[in-house]
Structure formats: structure tokens, C-alpha cells
Design a protein around this ligand. Structure first.
Ligand code: ATP
Ligand code: MG
Length: 422
């Protein structure tokens, strides 16, 4: 066998890209309408950025990062997620001081050394966004409503919102203590990793996927019983706004998410149809991260959507097709000489046109036109050319009309404009 792509690294072929581009375009439009600006970030960062933000005891940092030393012996990591880089850029470029744009979105590949399976890859794509400088719970609800709206537009309305609050630096310590006490008393069935995490970072135990650990977790104290007055009001506010617009949600007090930086609101959108890898989007507040990475204290909240999982949920029949508008069927040399410049002119005018170069049989050409899903075919054989005309055929109604060669471009463009306005 010839060379293959690396396991867990996928080619996304044109047939799938149709869905991807639609999903991305709808995302861009929606996010710009909420006043987000796009940010493009490097794929490589200093390893320290991720270990400091995501947390040393998380699965991502402990075992999933692509980390290596470059030729100058610096430790670099292929980004496993987007938030850390956005925060780094926010601080580095003094974006807090420039005021207005504090809403950023990104799309691109992320890398994690995980076991490849359906919905889980080693290079995967995320669509994500971050908002800096807004502490109010309206912002949290705004993001959740925007995401629910996005899934609805894509026909993925079944993705269900799971919600929790992780409290803040004032209420978290008491919960951490209560959790640690409980785990110390009941944690003998926890896995080796969790035995260790229980001491250093007990909240991480809540995120362990092992069945025995999940059984223990189902009984632990709930963070929601430990929220301080402000965190409780914040959480209640988010819930009230969701109720007002009728968004369905499930409060899950054991959801901590796989990254250490979250505070207050955390969430996941879960889609039953996806099987084991069922989270299609996730995110939350991280009010302390900017400060922890060296910036001025700035509240923040964000989310990331898994592109592959989202594309799996989208019904490809509902994706607008981007087929060429017209197939130019040149039957012979003199027809080719006329249609060749015409195709460039049409393409440059934004009319999708494809042209065959070497083909003698009309039947084969019509088959190709059909396969291309075009709206019209222009048929030009030597006989037509001699008579100074070509035949324009509507592929759906099968109606044909003869158009003079010297007005081909204008006529086709008129038909195209008429079709667009329909
Ligand atoms: P999971 O619980 O499925 O491992 P996660 O909590 O690690 O997800 P996040 O780091 O929050 O996920 O990333 C946000 C989204 O990115 C996920 O909800 C998922 O849709 C997607 N995602 C995460 N890891 C992968 C992966 N290895 N392959 C494909 N998509 C992924
Ligand atoms: Mg994961």
C-alpha cells in the first residue's frame, strides 16, 4: 500500500466540505451579527501556555498533547484547544485597552493524542468564540441562546443543553474541601489517577470517565449546594433568561468539564444521535484566566463546537448545493473556440460554468451535465456554429431555445439573474 495519512488525521473531501462550508458560513454570519470579530491564531504555542491554563492534572495536559522540542530545544505544543491562545493574544495585543472589540471567534484544527474512533480524532476542527470584559449573566445567556439558535438553523435542534455552575474563588474552596472529605471517606474504588487527583485537584475526579469512578461521583456533594449569594444569583439569572425564551436545559451538578480554568456557568450541548462521543459543543465562564496568565483581571466566557460531530448531525439534504449553473457542451473544435473564452467570461461574472474540452458524443455530454447537477446546458455543435447560434436547454423543464452566438454572454447572464431572483 502507498503512503497513508497518519491515524486520527483525516482528509475532508469536497463532498463533505459542502456541509462544512455551509456550517461555517452560517456560523460566521451569526457571529458577526452579534458583533464578534474573527481571530486567527498560530497552531503552535509554548507548552507552558497550555499547562498553565488548562491545568497540569487534566487529561489534555497529562496525556493528550502533541508536545515536542524544536531545533532550539524549546518545548512547543500543537494547540489542543483555542481558548488559551485567544487569551494569550488578548493580553499580548493589549486588547483590553483598545476597548470595543472584546468578542472574538475562531475556527481551525486542534490536536489531541486520543484514541481515534467515531467522533474522536487526533486532528479535529473547532468553531469557537470568546467574550472578554462582561461579567453580567445576560452575557452567559446570550451565548447559550445564540448557540441554540445556531443549532436550530442547521436543523440540529435535538442538541440538548446541560448546565452547571462551578462557583467562584469565594465559594469553590468550601466545596473543594467537602468533596475531598467525601472522597477520602468513600473513594477506595476510585482509579489510580483519581486517587492521586483526589489530593491535589479533587474536582478533576468528577470528570473521570471510568465506570467505577462515575459510580462514586454520582453520590458526591453537589457544587450547586455550595454557591455563594452572588454565584447563586448569577446562575438563577441565566436560568431565568433561558426559561423566558423557552430553551430546554438540564442542570447537571457534576459537570466540571475537562479544563481547570472554568468558573461559574459551564455547559455542554449533548446530541443523543452521536453515540459515545455525544458532546457537540461545550464551554463556560473563566473569570480568572486572563489574570492568571498575566493580564488585568477580566471576566470572560467562551465555547467551542466540534466541527466533525456537528457535520455528522447535519442532514446533508438540507445543505444548499453549490452546483455550477451551466454546462457548456462543445461538440467539436469550432464550438470549443467560441465556448472557451465564454466560460472564462461567465466564471469571472460569477456564473458557475463548466466546459468539456474533448468530447464528441452529445449523449455523453448530457450525462455529464446531469451528473454536474447544472440548471442549464448550452449545446454547440459544428452545425449550430455554422448557423451562428447555440441551443440553451433547461435541464429541469427540458425546454430549449436558440440563442445567437454574438449575444451568448448577455443572454446566459440574463437567464442566470432571473434564476437567482427566483
Ligand atoms: P469529550 O468529552 O468528547 O472528550 P471535551 O470535553 O474534551 O469533549 P472540549 O475540550 O470542551 O471537549 O472541546 C469542545 C468540543 O470539541 C467537544 O464538545 C467536541 O465536540 C469536540 N472535540 C473534543 N475533542 C475532540 C476530538 N478528539 N475529536 C473530535 N472532536 C472533539
Ligand atoms: Mg476530551
Amino acid at each position: 500500500m502507498g503512503l497513508q495519512a497518519i491515524k486520527g488525521f483525516n482528509d475532508i473531501l469536497p463532498a463533505e466540505m459542502n456541509t462544512w462550508q455551509w456550517v461555517e458560513n452560517v456560523f460566521r454570519q451569526l457571529l458577526s451579527s452579534y458583533n464578534y470579530g474573527e481571530i486567527r491564531l498560530p497552531l503552535l504555542e509554548y507548552t507552558e501556555l497550555f499547562s498553565r491554563s488548562i491545568g497540569d492534572d487534566t487529561d489534555i495536559v497529562e496525556k493528550e498533547m502533541y508536545t515536542f522540542h524544536d531545533r532550539s530545544n524549546r518545548s512547543l505544543t500543537l494547540r489542543p484547544e483555542g481558548t488559551a491562545s485567544v487569551v494569550r493574544a488578548f493580553i499580548q495585543h493589549g486588547m483590553a485597552a483598545t476597548g470595543n472589540i472584546n468578542k472574538l471567534y475562531y475556527l481551525g484544527p486542534m490536536f489531541r493524542y486520543e484514541r481515534p474512533q467515531k467522533g474522536r480524532y487526533r486532528q479535529f476542527y473547532q468553531l469557537g468564540a470568546e467574550v472578554f470584559g462582561e461579567e453580567d449573566y445576560h452575557q452567559d445567556a446570550e451565548i447559550l441562546i445564540m448557540l441554540a439558535r445556531y443549532f436550530h438553523v442547521l436543523g440540529v435542534g435535538s442538541a440538548k443543553l446541560n448546565l452547571n455552575s462551578l462557583g467562584c474563588k469565594h465559594c469553590r474552596p468550601a466545596y473543594r474541601q467537602a468533596l475531598q472529605d467525601y472522597l477520602q471517606r468513600h473513594g477506595e474504588y476510585l482509579c489510580g489517577d483519581c486517587q492521586r487527583r483526589m489530593q491535589k485537584n479533587p474536582l478533576r475526579v468528577l470528570d473521570c470517565k471510568r465506570p467505577d469512578c462515575r459510580k462514586v461521583v454520582a453520590e458526591v456533594p453537589k457544587i450547586l449546594d455550595y454557591l455563594g449569594v452572588d454565584c447563586q444569583a448569577h446562575f438563577d439569572g441565566v436560568i431565568r433568561l433561558l426559561d423566558e425564551v423557552g430553551i430546554d436545559y438540564h442542570v447537571n451538578p457534576f459537570m466540571v468539564r475537562g479544563l481547570d480554568y472554568y468558573t461559574r456557568t459551564t455547559f455542554e450541548f449533548i446530541a443523543g444521535d452521536l453515540g459515545a462521543q455525544n458532546a457537540v459543543a461545550a464551554g463556560g465562564r473563566y473569570d480568572r484566566l486572563v489574570e492568571e496568565l498575566g493580564g488585568k483581571p477580566t471576566p470572560a466566557i467562551g465555547f467551542a463546537i466540534g466541527m466533525e460531530r456537528l457535520a455528522m448531525l447535519v442532514d446533508s439534504d438540507s445543505v444548499p448545493v453549490s452546483a455550477p449553473f451551466i454546462y457548456l457542451a462543445a461538440l467539436g473544435e469550432s464550438a470549443l473556440n467560441i465556448l472557451y473564452p465564454l466560460r472564462h467570461k461567465l466564471n469571472q461574472a460569477g456564473v458557475g460554468a463548466v466546459l468539456n474540452y474533448r468530447q464528441k458524443s452529445l449523449k455523453n455530454l448530457m450525462k455529464k451535465a446531469d451528473r454536474n447537477n447544472v440548471v442549464y446546458t448550452l449545446i454547440a455543435g459544428d452545425q449550430e456554429i455554422e448557423q451562428g447560434a447555440a441551443i440553451l436547454r433547461n435541464m429541469k423543464t427540458k425546454e430549449q431555445q436558440t440563442i445567437p452566438l454574438n449575444t451568448l454572454f448577455t443572454n446566459i447572464r440574463e437567464v442566470f439573474d432571473g434564476h437567482q431572483n427566483n
